[in-house]
Design a protein around this ligand. Structure first.
Ligand code: SF4
Length: 371
């Protein structure tokens, strides 16, 4: 069951077509990490087939002015959230640290675990980080009038449609995310346009906010945020690389990592029932974990409600493996080594958790009536 109650896909296809046809608008698009390993199924390919290059080509043929990657912003999330976690490990803030990049889980927490909200990272999701930058950093670097920019996000779920309309989410002076398309809606647009997806050439994302690391890509599946965060935190603290955590793709899993003289305990839960089990342990003071990743959908975003249907566990395993394969073959696999993220901090944000980052990239949560 969709945790935000947005079971029906409220289509924004017409809004996006209208923006693409409006000569006054400069239309940017970002694609979530999981989409590159699921979109191919809509065109008869095997689950887990990686179609990143064709996906970029299709977006250009639909008429988007710039085609960017949410994976870039996932790397940025790691820099912000990783530094938050480091502070908590040093005694500034309460452990366990709980991730906040899944809007389905955040809304579930506001309704059902308001007492745990103080543990949640204040970092916005990668989608919202990207969108805030699309109306601030992007126009500053390119000279495009921010009032003309229209930002579209291709996402795995309907919860993202709710997230973009949260009243406290905007960081720029505009609406940060203008429209959200699910993977299925995106596929429908490709078909409506008569594009032969399977014969498209592979193209690259645009510069500035299109480069990502393997760590950013695995955000699209359960365990990915944890693996990416610990990769950066361990290397920042000790200079030593992380061996794989191997948290698996299903249910609740835990791992221990030695970081210097400390044994850091991390855990993941995907699917709301699993999350509930783990969080009841936190609530009861029976959980010794330092870092907890919660994803509302089974398997994480590869199992999101906006992905191709039907989706069995075996299909979701293959989608998750598709993302793991991208990570394995990436030249850069650590978020803190993404050159476009380093440029972003150098030329615009300053430093992680600094004033500008706090204003654009972080948010707050509130208790809502129990559901
Ligand atoms: Fe959306 Fe599900 Fe991913 Fe959460 S886990 S962001 S609800 S697809």
């Amino acid at each position: 069951v969709c945790p935000v109650g947005a079971i029906t896909e409220l289509s924004e296809i017409d809004k996006v077509w209208a923006a693409l046809e409006d000569d006054e608008k400069h239309v940017l698009v970002q694609t979530a990490p999981s989409v590159q390993a699921t979109l191919g199924e809509e065109f008869g390919m095997e689950p887990g087939t990686v179609v990143t290059g064709q996906m970029v080509a299709a977006l250009r043929r639909l008429g988007f002015d710039q085609v960017f990657s949410t994976d870039f912003a996932a790397d940025l999330t790691i820099l912000e959230e990783g530094n938050e976690f480091l502070k908590k490990l040093n005694g500034e803030g309460e452990l366990p640290h709980i991730t906040s990049c899944c809007p389905g889980w955040v809304k579930g927490a506001e309704h059902n675990f308001p007492d745990l909200l103080k543990h949640l990272s204040s970092a916005k999701s990668p989608m919202q980080m990207f969108s805030a930058l699309s109306k601030t950093y992007y126009p500053e670097q390119t000279g495009v009038d921010p009032a003309t920019i229209y930002t579209v996000a291709v996402m795995p779920c309907t919860a993202k449609k709710f997230e973009k309309d949260r009243e406290e989410i905007n960081g720029s002076d505009f609406k940060d995310t203008d429209a959200v398309l699910t993977t299925r809606e995106f596929a429908r647009m490709i078909k409506e346009m008569g594009i032969n997806f399977n014969s498209l050439p592979e193209e690259d994302f645009d510069e500035l906010m299109g480069e990502s690391t393997g760590a950013g890509t695995i955000f699209g599946t359960t365990g990915g945020v944890t693996e990416a965060a610990v990769r950066t935190v361990k290397e920042k603290l000790t200079g030593e690389p992380l061996e794989r955590l191997n948290l698996g793709f299903r249910g609740i899993n835990q791992a221990e990592v030695r970081i210097g003289d400390r044994l850091v305990k991390v855990g993941i839960a995907n699917g709301f029932a699993n999350a509930q089990k783990l969080l009841e342990r936190v609530r009861a003071g029976e959980c010794e974990l330092d870092f907890i990743e919660i994803m509302a959908c089974p398997h994480g975003c590869v199992g999101g409600g906006g992905q191709p249907r039907p989706a069995t566990n075996e299909k979701k395993d293959k989608r998750a493996q598709g993302l793991a394969n991208i990570d394995d073959s990436s030249k850069i696999r650590k978020s803190h080594e993404n050159p476009q993220i380093l440029k972003l901090y150098e030329e615009f944000l300053g430093e992680p958790l600094g004033g500008e980052s706090h204003h654009l990239l972080h948010t707050k949560y509130k208790a809502r009536p129990k559901n």
